[in-house]
Ligand binder design. Sequence first.
Ligand SMILES: NC(=O)c1ccc[n+]([C@@H]2O[C@H](COP(=O)([O-])OP(=O)(O)OC[C@H]3O[C@@H](n4cnc5c(N)ncnc54)[C@H](O)[C@@H]3O)[C@@H](O)[C@H]2O)c1
Ligand SMILES: [Fe+2]
Length: 405
Amino acid sequence: MQTRTMSEFMLRTAIYSGSNTRALVPSLFKGLGAKRVLLLSDRGLEQAGVVEKVAQIFSLIPQGSGPELAGIYLDIAQDAESKSVNDAARYAREIGADGLLAVGGGSVLDTVKGVKYALHHGLADIKEAIPGGFVMEQFPKANHIPIPHIAIPTTAGTGSEVSPIAVIFNEEIQMKTNIINPFLSADMAVLDPDLTVGLPPAITAFTGFDALTHAIEAFASPTATALTDAHALHAIRLIEKNLPEVVANGSNVDARMEMLQASLMGITAFSFALNAIPVHNFAHAYGALFRIPHGLANAVFLPIVMESIPDLYLPKARELAEALRVDVSSTDDQQTVLAKTVEKIRLLQQKTGLPQDFAQYNLTEEDLARAIPAVSSDPAAVNFPMPKELIEAVGQRVVPSIVKN
Ligand SMILES: NC(=O)c1ccc[n+]([C@@H]2O[C@H](COP(=O)([O-])OP(=O)(O)OC[C@H]3O[C@@H](n4cnc5c(N)ncnc54)[C@H](O)[C@@H]3O)[C@@H](O)[C@H]2O)c1
Ligand SMILES: [Fe+2]
């Protein structure tokens, strides 16, 4: 763990947690100085009734006493496509919105980060801001973006409400690109578990695995610190405790609440230990090429990558095992500890109904070949290059039907 080199850790978002905390949103926007709020979400959330539950809060406040809901924008595609960002930013300008309310999973939350960035910089096309696929803006280049921004996560997975990262899908080159800037995170995050009770079991399961992957990749990272470890370890504990329960019993609001908090802690650890994230490198590439949902891609790759790159996970395998409530008291051998940890992750996969491979996507040998350069050129893979043979071997394990003997 790094102790003597400089490290950064930040959580600049104010966080409100609890049932019905959505009711606070108008007064929070008032505090931030917004008068005309644009609510952004997607069609799935509209169908699930979540958009209505949030929108109606604005009709409950006496006229003239708070910000008005100036518009609702719902045409946001999976994975924060740049087109969604550009279209939504154009709509925000048209209606003169001065505050952004993101209600959704990572696709919506990241789209809104892109909208905020595009509005602030006067961009018609967000792709202009990310020419090489990866832009990191630190102080002093990064400075406050004065657009009131509140995020309500409706999946417990990405933690994007507090992360400084926007993952924007560039559909022209089929690549997930990144902008990192501390002011991309929302000013305020509202973790209202009531809004996640209708999340279908399969999406609950794989988004929960996204959060677990953030926490594990942060914990194993060579640049982890005590601050990132604290968030990572507790996220892992809460996910191990609650994920099977929320998949089996989606209306358990207490378990849903803990999953939202775990998701937020997982990404907080991940964002500030960002270094070696091989599971995410695979998930980004496969997600962009084959449109596999991000959480599902992480869920399938996590145990396979842990087995394939054991050196990354061995040094802290025991603490990881303990956080996952794996009994490793009878062994001193780190390899055995890691093997039991991976076994526990597979058990969690099974308990939550997740697949162990991508059989359902009918990937071909050509697809796997295409994925090799995509994994190694994932913009977030700069610090941890993986040999082609390793990428190939992992790829073959996720598509068992075409494994050559
Ligand atoms: N910025 C970050 O820090 C960060 C971190 C990890 C992932 N991501 C990105 O986030 C995206 C994935 O986000 P996601 O996994 O949250 O999925 P998502 O936002 O794509 O949502 C998946 C589906 O679930 C539906 N849904 C969401 N909440 C619901 C609810 N409460 N009830 C019913 N339906 C609901 C949506 O309509 C959608 O159809 C990817 O693009 C990924 O790259 C960003
Ligand atoms: Fe992720």
